[in-house]
Design a protein around this ligand. Structure first.
Ligand SMILES: CC(C)(COP(=O)(O)OP(=O)(O)OC[C@H]1O[C@@H](n2cnc3c(N)ncnc32)[C@H](O)[C@@H]1OP(=O)(O)O)[C@@H](O)C(=O)NCCC(=O)NCCS
Length: 326
């Protein structure tokens, strides 16, 4: 078995910052409510001329630079997103073109907030098989454009951003030791954009009702997430024969500080064993784990020898975790 690991990380968030107070101009909310219920303080919002592919390109450029590779060295690009540039064709192809990855296959995957942990597992399985040496795995989202800015229960929770990793062969025994992924499609309506697909194409009535926007049953997601997060960590670790005591850092999906606290408590771990940046960026959906991982790396929290577990959960319902030996 080839050992496959992350040889370069990158991330990018758009410059425009929106605070909790700024949301009070649009909906009946308060800094106190958002802070207490979620831990969020700010989030970044992409300007109207910027697409999901543009954020991804910036994150990928950094990841390539850190991996000491050129765009032509990439054999496969996988994008995790649930806010693509267009419903069809793939946004991964648009990124591949903008980056100049001229020797590269590209496709999108959609596992919503758990997208990047899925993409990392998929990407790692390609490396070392015929024709695939270097795989670029990127999560990128512009949720500010799929949210209903009149729905206070959802609009304040998300932000825009992108994170990327280059996967390649690493020293034997290092790298992505394994992943555990799960789906429960019976909960698909808990988080959804109700119209715009073939089930309910856009029409003037559902457009008027705002069905083209992101909808969520927040309480149902909460109940799911506080179980899914610790379950994913525990199952991924047991799959690769590691124990919770061996873990140096947990990088969870940045959905809500209270979900993370509950999950860490269930795992029997202190909050020092996790990394969070949701106070700065909100929930960036499929981009949140790689953005957090890149920041944790920059802050020296991930070093050679660190055992890191990612964990993500969200729409689908989909959830999972990766165990990575750096
Ligand atoms: C969304 C979430 C923070 C809401 O917290 P909650 O304790 O469940 O709150 P509720 O939905 O019961 O709402 C409580 C009240 O706050 C109100 N409220 C909702 N959004 C508000 C906002 N932005 N500002 C002020 N009040 C708000 C509700 O209308 C409700 O008012 P009511 O009691 O008068 O009806 C919480 O359910 C959660 O974190 N869920 C998971 C969401 C998530 O992480 N999604 C992404 C998954 S990847």
């Amino acid at each position: 078995m080839v050992s496959v690991g992350i040889i370069g990380l990158g991330s990018y968030v758009p410059p425009h910052e929106m605070s909790n107070e700024d949301w009070m101009e649009f909906v009946d909310t308060s800094d106190e409510w958002i802070t207490t219920k979620t831990g969020m303080k700010k989030r970044r919002i992409a300007s109207p001329d910027v697409c999901t592919s543009d954020l991804a390109v910036e994150a990928c450029k950094q990841a390539l630079k850190n991996a000491n590779l050129l765009p032509k060295d990439i054999d496969l690009l996988i994008l995790a997103t649930s806010s693509p540039d267009v419903p069809l064709s793939s946004t991964a192809g648009i990124i591949q073109d903008k980056l100049g990855c001229v020797n590269c296959a590209a496709f999108d995957i959609n596992a919503v907030c758990a997208g990047w942990v899925h993409a990392l597992d998929i990407g790692s399985r390609f490396v070392g098989t015929s024709g695939y040496e270097n795989v670029l795995v990127v999560g990128s989202e512009i949720y500010s454009r799929i949210l209903n800015w009149k729905d206070r229960a959802t609009c304040v929770l998300f932000g825009d951003g992108a994170g990327a990793a280059v996967l390649s062969k690493v020293k034997s025994g290092d790298g992505i030791l394994g992943s555990w992924l799960m789906s429960d499609g019976s909960g698909s309506s808990v988080i959804e954009i109700p119209s715009g697909g073939v089930r309910t194409p856009f029409n003037s009535d559902n457009f008027e009702e705002g069905q083209q926007y992101f909808h969520m049953d927040g309480r149902a997601v909460w109940d799911f997430a506080i179980e899914a997060f610790p379950q994913a960590v525990t199952n991924a670790l047991s799959k690769v024969g590691k124990t919770i005591d061996e873990v140096d850092l947990i990088i969870p999906h940045q959905a809500n500080i209270n979900i993370i606290k509950k999950g860490m408590e269930k795992l029997g771990l202190d909050m020092e064993k996790t990394f969070t940046n949701l106070h700065k960026y909100g929930n960036t959906a499929g981009a949140s784990v790689p953005i957090a991982m890149h920041e944790a790396m920059d802050k020296g929290l991930i070093k050679e020898g660190s055992l890191v577990v990612t964990a993500a959960f969200g729409g689908g319902l989909a959830w999972g975790a990766n165990v990575i030996q750096f």
